[in-house]
Design a protein around this ligand. Structure first.
Ligand code: COA
Ligand code: AMP
Length: 624
């Protein structure tokens, strides 16, 4: 099969002449000072995009669309029974007012603001208000525990935290205020103010530095857009790495706006006035890029859904939202579809709704298993598009570019590298591997606009974590191969990052929690296959000699500790007490081998193993 001309031409041009490709793409953005250069290699391997451009992202996402009269955002919340619609003018006015309120609290360009909010319109308002001021937001997902929030507070050092009193899960109300108070007790850095949106489901008790959003905005005056250099950080989003310390992925302003605007048309085939729904959370990169920024930059309508695929109230919830709001494209994680399929395998709920406007389903965040792909394709009768990317890149690395040149779908592959991404498969020493051979997936530098320019406050950590393994390349952390047709296959992480229901988590962070227990001598956490969530963490602990604790009590304490220190999203419940962990002679735990056995593969015994008997003893436990 040969890839057709439009894609191939765009892809080759983007790599051969980045300026020639991205400067015209940048014309989709309204600049205060248009850039004259695209990529800036002066500080390689730290590249910057549009170094002489000046713009404001909020202006591009809101103000310039106000006269269109279109709907910017539809809020649909089955967990509270509420719905609301905002035109671009209404959303702009709310954002300008809240920007004025933040400015009144002393927030200025470059200051950080942490946003800890559920899927409510004010989360979007807070993000865009920061963008309006050139303040740097850092949204923290509501499912994270106080300790995780505290580590982000200490790293980002926010002037203000913007929060809601509660998030609503189908089975319980999660009070956010106690989580924030506890995080602030744990953190060294202290913000000046905490702004709280009170929700009737749990009204928070206010302390000395807390102010009510309503009171604050009652006396505020709207604020204009503050132009910033294209290289100014737009936001920080913390993500799990291999260690317990999250990485502060930085997004720049100009590259971000250009890349997202381009991607919405080229990949998702969504334009002004189209209705785009990303069922994720603003706490994840998918939410940043495709609930908030991309659809608004493009003048489309975005759907903000506060609910789940099942249970709010039933497995027809997604079809209802699509039908009710005229959604043309839905983007979610495969786990959401597995959840629907489990409850309603024949998709009987579908018959109740009119999905005639629905054109495409996009899935990402974890591997799309062929069974889910076939089920969704058969039931929905629209193209089901797998695409691969990560928090660091901020937009797809590989995709089937529906707006540029739709390509034949091969189940199991997110199709081809997106223009701008020079994807290579490398072996252990950095040599390129031929088609069909699996290796590390790397991207030759520079990364395209919109990808992380660095980690917050730590260029060296960025270089060490991503750019040092293969000089001149960005290491994705995923392994995979390319086939004869140029289709990429992503086979999974090569490090200790796991994906639980589309939530990215670090097994290293969980190990740190287990290791802190006084009875635990050593431990390992691996991700094992799960038919609903894709992966689930599984822990193995070795007790200290003489430790006096019964195994069930230990298990309960460890499960509670992970929930307390990392959060409920870790879904950590499975723990085995074992006599020993298999290690190499240099003392490294053989997690990859353990993972393979647990997933039912015939793992060879590594030649570097210290004591094969330890692995043999563990095999039956891993297989259960
Ligand atoms: N705030 C507080 N707690 C949260 C939360 C939030 N924003 N999001 C999830 N949690 C809690 C849940 O209540 C649950 O707690 P529990 O252990 O007390 O039951 C736990 O974290 C695990 O939640 P979740 O991962 O959502 O699993 P689930 O079993 O409740 O639901 C799915 C499974 C598949 C339905 C669900 O994961 C889902 O809707 N996924 C959609 C995909 C998605 O949004 N991915 C994000 C990246 S694209
Ligand atoms: P996150 O940073 O949370 O978006 O997680 C990124 C990781 O999720 C990637 O490095 C992959 O391991 C995995 N991932 C995301 N999308 C896909 C996909 N389409 N196929 C396979 N893995 C994926």
């Amino acid at each position: 099969m040969t890839l057709m001309a439009d894609y191939r031409d765009a892809y080759c041009r983007s790599l051969a002449d980045p300026d020639g490709f991205w400067l015209p793409a940048a014309e989709a953005i309204d600049w205060v000072t248009p850039p004259t250069r695209a990529v800036d290699a002066d500080h390689a391997p730290l590249y910057r995009w549009f170094p002489d451009g000046v713009l404001n992202t909020c202006y591009n996402a809101l103000d310039r669309h106000v006269d269109s009269g279109r709907t910017a955002l539809v809020y649909d919340s089955p967990v509270t029974g509420s719905k609301a619609t905002f035109t671009y003018r209404e959303l702009r006015d709310e954002v300008a007012l809240f920007a004025g309120a933040l400015a009144g609290l002393g927030v200025a360009t470059g200051d950080r603001v942490i946003i800890y909010m559920p899927m409510v319109p004010r989360a979007v308002v807070a993000m865009l208000a920061c963008a309006r001021l050139g303040a740097i937001h850092s949204v923290v997902f509501g499912g994270f525990a106080p300790k995780e929030l505290a580590s982000r507070i200490d790293d980002a050092k926010p002037k203000v935290i913007v929060a809601a009193s509660a998030g609503i899960e189908p089975t319980r109300v999660v009070e956010y205020k106690p989580i924030i108070d506890e995080a602030l007790r744990l953190s060294e850095h202290q913000p000046d103010t905490v702004v709280i949106t009170q929700r009737p489901q749990a009204v928070a008790e206010m302390g000395a530095r807390d102010v009510d959003w309503d009171d604050l905005t009652a006396t505020a005056t709207p604020h204009d857009c503050v132009p910033v250099p294209a290289t100014h950080p737009a936001y920080i989003l913390y993500t799990s790495g291999t260690t317990g310390r999250p990485k502060g992925v930085v997004r720049d302003t100009g590259g971000h706006a250009v890349a997202l605007a381009w991607s919405l048309k080229a990949i998702y085939d969504i334009g002004p006035g189209d209705v785009f729904w990303t069922a994720s959370d603003v706490g994840w990169v998918v939410g940043h890029s495709y609930i908030v920024y991309a659809p608004l930059l493009a003048g489309a309508t975005t759907v903000l859904y506060e609910g789940k695929p099942v249970g709010t109230p039933d497995a027809g919830a997604f079809w209802r939202v699509i039908a009710e709001h005229g959604v043309q494209a839905l983007f979610t994680a495969p786990t959401a579809f597995r959840a629907i399929k489990r409850v309603d395998p024949d998709a009987t709920e579908l018959a109740k709704y009119d999905l005639s406007k629905f054109r495409t389903l996009f899935l990402a965040g974890e591997r799309l298993d062929p069974e889910t792909y076939h089920w969704a394709t058969e039931k929905l009768g629209v193209p089901v598009i797998d695409h691969w990317w990560q928090t660091e890149t901020g937009w797809p690395i590989c995709a089937n570019l529906r707006g540029l040149e739709p390509m034949p779908i091969k189940p199991g592959s997110p199709t081809v590298p997106v223009p701008g991404y020079d994807v290579r498969i490398l072996d252990g020493v950095g040599a390129e591997l031929p088609a069909g051979q699996e290796g590390a997936i790397a991207i030759k530098l520079p990364l395209p606009p919109g990808c992380l320019p660095t980690l917050w406050g730590d260029d060296q950590r960025y270089i060490d974590s991503y750019l040092s393994t293969y000089p001149g390349y960005y290491l994705t952390g995923d392994g995979g191969y390319v086939d004869e047709d140029g289709y990429v296959y992503v086979m999974g992480r090569t490090d200790d990052v796991i994906n639980v229901a589309g939530h990215r988590l670090s097994t290293g962070a969980m190990e740190a929690v287990l290791a802190a227990h006084p009875a635990v001598a050593e431990c390992a956490v691996i991700g094992v296959h799960d038919s609903l969530k894709g992966q689930l963490p599984r822990g193995f602990v070795v007790l200290k000699a003489g430790a006096e604790i019964d195994e069930q009590t230990l298990r309960d304490e460890l499960v509670a500790a992970v929930r307390r220190d990392i959060g409920p999203v870790a879904a950590f419940r499975d723990i085995s007490v074992v006599n020993g962990l298999p290690k190499t002679r240099s003392g490294k735990i053989l997690r990859k081998t353990m993972r393979g056995i647990a997933d039912g593969r015939d793992e060879p015994v590594p030649s570097t193993i210290e004591d094969a008997a330890v692995l043999d003893a563990l095999r039956p436990i891993l297989r259960t």
